[in-house]
Design a protein around this ligand. Sequence first.
Ligand SMILES: Cc1cc2nc3c(=O)[nH]c(=O)nc-3n(C[C@H](O)[C@H](O)[C@H](O)COP(=O)(O)OP(=O)(O)OC[C@H]3O[C@@H](n4cnc5c(N)ncnc54)[C@H](O)[C@@H]3O)c2cc1C
Length: 430
Amino acid sequence: MPVEKVDTLIIGGGQAGLAMSEHLSKQGVPHLVVERQRIAERWRSERWDSLVANGPAWHDRFPGMTFAGIDPGSFATKDAIVAYFEAYAAQIAAPIRCGVEVKALSRKRDGAGFTVETSQGVIEASNVVAATGPFQRPIIPAIVPAGAAVVQIHSAAYRNPDELPTGAVLVVGAGSSGAQIADELLRAGREVYLSVGPHDRPPRRYRGKDFVWWLGALGQWDAKAAAPGIEHVTIAVSGAHGGHTVDFRRLAARGMTLLGRAESFTDGTVRFAPDLARNIARGDANYLSVLDAADAYVAKNGLDLPEEPEARELEPDPDCVTSPLLELDLARAGIASIIWATGYALDFGWMKLDAFDEKGRPLHQRGVSSEPGLYFLGLAWLSRRASPFIWGVWHDAEYLAGHIAARGSIRKGAQKRLNPANPPAALCQA
Ligand SMILES: Cc1cc2nc3c(=O)[nH]c(=O)nc-3n(C[C@H](O)[C@H](O)[C@H](O)COP(=O)(O)OP(=O)(O)OC[C@H]3O[C@@H](n4cnc5c(N)ncnc54)[C@H](O)[C@@H]3O)c2cc1C
């Protein structure tokens, strides 16, 4: 089979791959995007039916295009997000090839560039950008064995209440996915148990501004790293039903049973840590800290934003928080399904490269890998808090495209010195 050669290969046709393509085009860098399925595939087949964006349409987008037919203050549905990225790919004329899966990536034998084995043959590239997502492999903690008499799925496989077996549901994990899915099940008339771990739960809106606006004003989108000692924070936010602050007390008041962190399972019974009140208090502290920071910002900058003292009124803890259940007999509670909203891991097992630490995490600086010519895009905290999100990935892609373009001209310059007769296009493949 003939080997195809490209200067820069982008792996993944989600928002990160498209942003990368746009910026490489602007820099005049020849490139190809390969996507194993379709543009924005995860939004199509790895999200539940009713999902809407967590941020309003004015914010969760690229600078070069607004959402058509959506009020900027509302939250785009997942179908609208797919349509948006399809339209965006057309607008930037992204050179994208769908249905091509990268199976393996290794250094070329001569060390200059990469050999990429795909489902459609071999590609050689001087540069490779891995844009395969921040959320690659769903994680289900090994708590309830697969053989237990209950249906278990990850939130990535949840679609809607009707697809679950009749009966009560245990949702484990109360970040944005778990909180929204539990709420949807409750609205559908299910009996719902929600296992709540440590989390942040910022206000959806405060003093007339959305939370994403406050993150910008307070400089938090640009935070370079999570707080020391905290690698990952579970954040419970929701754009569903017009957007509202996730409030676990209100969910309990509507009939949901809150539980602490799920810990173990024996004889049909799940056991929970005695940490529910602490986790709820931590979420409250985060919520109030955003209000404090916002108030301080308003005062310092003399802004005319309406005061909102009622936002500080928290309801008393419900019984399920003050006297929490520490164990739950699934059969007795009528629980027919468990939804694990417990996050994702990275999976770069297909890269045969020395570019990872002992935990399999990419070694990089702002996405520039320790392996020359290899780049990562779209990962959590790649350069800052905004990195894995629609708005943030576009800016990281701009930086990487500059790096790739500069590297290309250095390569060309070096090669010219070696062999001035070589045409630049051929040298780009080196
Ligand atoms: C439930 C949920 C809701 C979210 N909501 C929002 C939101 O409202 N706003 C926001 O800004 N962010 C949101 N995010 C975060 C983030 O925006 C999404 O995860 C987004 O999909 C990441 O885009 P990406 O392009 O980096 O990666 P992905 O969307 O994961 O795209 C990677 C692409 O690479 C392809 N691929 C993977 N491996 C290969 C391979 N070996 N060969 C070829 N192709 C490959 C995949 O098919 C996929 O299409 C949400 C995340 C989740 C999980």
